[in-house]
Design a protein around this ligand. Structure first.
Ligand code: BTN
Length: 328
């Protein structure tokens, strides 16, 4: 699997720049720097992805609507001046954007590099699960971060991403969203987004952190095995949402909250997280860690990002890794 040819990105840009006007094939071919046959092949590929383009090589091509595609050329102007998203590596199909971002990080990719795919064939979730990654329906993005912080900062950086997903999704969709510790975005009690953070580090130094974010945006329905626990913005909101707008809002929020973390420290993030999540305090939850399962009530967030719990027998503890589900 290879990243999207920059010239396809340019083709999309040419079509969008001409609005809904008919653009002759030879003009596109000259601007993009490929043959007319290649233009035709790429137009067919875009159509397969749901981009509505009228016409053919004899008449010229015309966009019927602004395409909902996460092409770098369409995002670039919105992200001008930001570190996060200054470089966007786009794939029509990727195995996992996290795997690709980890590889790029190992090769020295800069802070703020973002890998994004229209579809994943091996999307990965937490606890070795798979992440359902339907074509052109969701956001599948991984961000390379290179903070000058110790590995112990990984949990708070993950909360930064969770908070950014919360702010951007609620802002663009207008839906009431909740965060389930540590990072699941919930709408009406079901999961719409998740985060998988991976890192390469030495004992005292983080080389790179890859924050992988999956958001179910325009899925018409979830597969039967996920239907009870997962949903999409479209299912809950009853309309289609522009994925590019959600992604741009997300990257801007990550930039803002990351800067806030560096400037003001963990407390600024932990307090915002507590305000955004109904799971922060007084929630009855079933807790699952790699070695244990128990029921507890949540009593707030510790400044490192761990969840404070009070067990049924009154014992207090800090949950650093694991998952919680609400007990009703
Ligand atoms: C979870 O289990 O809640 C985390 C899901 C994370 C999914 C995203 S989609 C983009 C990135 N690439 C992956 O393979 N996984 C993450």
């Amino acid at each position: 699997m290879a990243p999207t040819d920059r010239r396809i990105d340019k083709l999309i840009h040419v079509l969008v720049a001409n609005g809904t006007v008919v653009v002759p094939g030879p003009k596109i071919a000259a601007e993009v720097g490929v043959t007319r046959k290649t233009v035709w092949e790429w137009i067919e590929k875009l159509r397969e992805l749901g981009v509505e383009i009228k016409g053919h090589h004899a008449t010229g091509y015309q966009l019927e609507s602004i395409p909902d595609i996460l092409a770098p050329s369409l995002l670039r102007s919105e992200l001008a001046g930001l570190e996060i998203g200054h470089r966007i590596v786009h794939y029509f199909q990727a195995d996992s954007t996290n795997s690709i971002a980890m590889e790029l990080a190992a090769q020295g990719a800069a802070h703020g590099t973002v890998v994004v795919a229209e579809e994943q064939t091996a999307g990965r979730g937490r606890f070795g699960r798979t992440w359902y990654s339907e074509k052109s329906s969701g956001i599948y993005a991984s961000i390379v971060l290179r903070p000058s912080l110790p590995p112990a900062a990984a949990p708070i950086l993950t909360l930064v991403a969770g908070l950014a997903v919360h702010e951007s999704v609620s802002g663009v969709s207008g839906l009431a969203t909740d965060i389930r510790w540590p990072n699941d975005l919930m709408v009406n009690g079901k999961k719409v987004a998740g985060i998988l953070t991976e890192m390469s580090a030495e004992l005292d130094r983080l080389h790179a952190l890859v924050v992988g974010i999956g958001i179910n945006v325009n899925h018409r329905q979830m597969p039967p095995e996920l239907e009870q626990i997962a949903t999409s913005l479209r299912i809950e909101g009853g309309r289609v949402y522009p994925r590019a707008k959600v992604l741009v809002a997300l990257l801007k929020e990550v930039e803002k909250l990351y800067q806030l973390l560096l400037a003001e420290g963990n407390d600024a993030i932990a307090s915002r997280w507590e305000a955004a999540s109904s799971f922060a305090r007084g929630k009855h939850v079933r807790v699952r860690t790699s070695s244990d399962q128990f029921v507890a009530v949540t009593t707030g967030l510790d400044r490192s990002g761990a969840l404070r719990l009070c067990r049924e027998d009154g014992r207090e503890e800090l949950l650093v890794a694991g998952e919680v589900v609400e007990v009703k």
